[in-house]
Design a protein around this ligand. Structure first.
Ligand code: SAM
Length: 280
């Protein structure tokens, strides 16, 4: 796919396309660590996002699992078909992951996800996985280290943000290990880390994901401000709901949350109480 600058980032053929976040994992010890973290058994289904040159794909297939891989780059898809197309347990979808119908890809089964994610699009991919989490038991994903730390940050850590609490609603997140930039070709400018996200099966509260997203997005709108200020400045239907419940002060009091707290300090239990007071 066609950014002319991509040729200059090439390491060996086919050219690595910077515009598609192509940094290929070449250190096999990390390939093994990622694949063993998934604990795959024969017959399991794993969705691989961005198989690239197949560094993970081959090892995933060796476990006996079925692999449904989604790759956006036609040049790489041709290579992948050549290498793994003869394997009945391998299925390749050449498409933008964000445009795929995941329900169709998993075909009524519960799958796992393996990915060394393209970093330019990791947040929308994680959000899509969150929205479709009923299809997945577990995700093992490589992310930019900073993002991995953000989504696994504990309450009180200033690294926490909207994505942290959104994913926390759907998954138990655990940082597994760091991966140095030298493990990739071309060598990326950022450090990486692998995270496991295990889907929570119990429903967190009575609110919908859309309501929770509206609340979390307002709560983190100005990170340095208190939750009370951010909720007081909320707009749209959230504002109406908060006003109906007597305003931000009262909502926080009824949720058992102190008036000077910031959104980053809220525990999962606090988010649940707050969401229930506002939307319940
Ligand atoms: N899995 C390979 C590895 O570990 O060496 C490649 C990882 S590379 C960081 C990211 C891969 O995602 C590339 O193959 C890239 O073409 C692919 N990709 C980028 N954007 C994508 C998208 N929107 N949908 C599907 N694949 C995408």
């Amino acid at each position: 796919m066609g950014d002319p600058k991509d040729k200059q980032t090439s390491d060996r053929k086919p050219f690595a396309k910077k515009s598609l976040g192509q940094n290929f994992l070449v250190d096999v010890s990390y390939v093994s660590k990622i694949v063993s973290a998934l604990g795959l058994s024969e017959g399991d289904l794993v969705v691989e996002i961005g198989p690239g040159r197949g560094a993970l794909t081959g090892r995933l297939l060796e476990t006996g699992a079925q692999v449904a891989a989604v790759e956006i780059d036609r040049d790489l898809s041709r290579l992948l078909e050549k290498e793994f197309g003869g394997e009945a347990r391998f299925r390749l979808v050449t498409a933008d992951f964000l445009e795929t119908d995941l329900r169709d890809i998993v075909g009524g089964r519960t799958a796992k996800v393996a990915a060394n994610l393209p970093y330019y699009v990791s947040t929308p991919i994680l959000r899509k996985l969150f929205a479709n989490r009923d299809l997945f038991s577990e995700l093992v994903v490589m992310l930019q280290k900073e993002v991995a730390e953000r989504i696994t940050a504990a309450p009180g850590d200033s690294a926490r943000g909207f994505l942290t609490v959104l994913l926390e609603r759907g998954f138990d997140a655990e940082k597994l290990f760091d991966v140095p930039s030298g493990a990739f070709r071309p060598v990326p400018k950022v450090e990486s880390a692998v995270v496991r996200l295990s889907t929570k099966r119990s429903k967190t509260d009575a609110t919908t994901d859309a309501e929770f997203e509206e609340l979390a997005s307002a709560a983190f709108r100005q990170k340095r401000k208190t939750l009370k200020n951010n909720l007081g400045a909320a707009g749209g239907s959230l504002r109406e709901k908060i006003e109906k419940k007597g305003g931000a002060d009262l909502v926080l009091e009824q949720s058992g949350i102190g008036p000077s707290i910031r959104a980053e300090a809220l525990t999962e239990e606090d988010w649940r109480s707050l969401a229930e007071v506002i939307f319940g």
